[in-house]
Design a protein around this ligand. Structure first.
Ligand SMILES: [Ca+2]
Length: 254
């Protein structure tokens, strides 16, 4: 849609009273303004080009304007790259200036939308060095509280838990110990609910006769808390290396 600038005469030169000018502006056709939000256009060009969607144009510009910029910088790493089914695109967090900030970490919340699922796997594929600890929680339903689901840590005592603790019941939660050495990048961590390794989950091979396990896989929202990081917490490491990057989070369920 073309946008017209309402034209009106300057009150200093016009014999018309100033209120009439106001009236004309109010009664004119307002341009449809856009603000930068999810469209990922820069503030100077906040409107997605109506014909060529990879471009952004100024609010007041005509559809045929040549004043346009690319909608998404090829250098950008927005959060939706975390689950775009493309291992070649990565979300990258902001940089952590201090070790304390890094140890506090970030929380990623995934709303599965459209209700409740049975989730059996979560795979985290990292672009950056891996966090040293991960807490995964789930909500069975949107109106219920968060429940612990799985912990991972290089040293599970940070969560007050033992390394690779036994799973006493089908819905028990433990902390799996992460290796002391991990790749600097492109590592991955998998949470598999129904698995005999490294600790056998009671009922894993008899899912349909284990009601508590069926409850344990019900999910409507997932929260993944990343804490600390391998490789980057030595004082000699430049703080600009302290960020999280994730190529893809895969949630497998039905
Ligand atoms: Ca991706």
């Amino acid at each position: 849609m073309a946008i017209e600038n309402p034209s009106f005469e300057s009150p200093t030169r016009s014999p018309k009273p100033f209120v009439l000018d106001i009236f004309e502006i109010r009664s004119g056709k307002f341009p449809q303004l856009h603000t930068q939000s999810e469209c990922r256009c820069p503030g100077s060009h906040p409107r997605v080009h109506p014909l060529v969607q990879r471009y952004c144009i100024p609010n007041s510009a005509d559809d045929t304007t040549n004043d346009r910029v690319l909608r998404l910088s090829p250098e950008a790493h927005p959060l939706n790259y975390i689950n775009d089914n493309d291992i070649g695109t990565s979300w990258i967090s902001s940089v952590f200036y201090t070790i304390e900030q890094l140890n506090h970490g970030v929380t990623i919340t995934i709303d599965l939308e459209n209700g409740q699922y049975q989730v059996f796997y979560i795979i985290l594929q990292f672009f950056s060095p891996q966090p040293e600890a991960i807490q995964i929680q789930r909500k069975k339903q949107h109106d219920l509280d968060w429940e612990d689901w799985q912990y991972f840590s290089r040293d599970c005592s940070v969560f007050g838990m033992e390394n690779n603790g036994l799973l006493e019941y089908p819905d028990s939660v433990n902390c799996l110990q992460l290796p002391s050495i991990t790749p600097y990048s492109r590592g991955n961590i998998t949470f598999s609910v129904l698995t005999p390794e490294p600790n056998r989950r009671p009922g894993y091979n008899d899912f349909y006769n284990t009601p508590s396990l069926q409850e344990f896989v019900k999910v409507s929202e997932i929260k993944i808390h990343l804490l600390g990081q391998y490789h980057t917490t030595a004082p000699s490491v430049d703080f600009r290396h302290r960020y999280y990057g994730i190529d893809e989070i895969t949630v497998s369920g039905r």
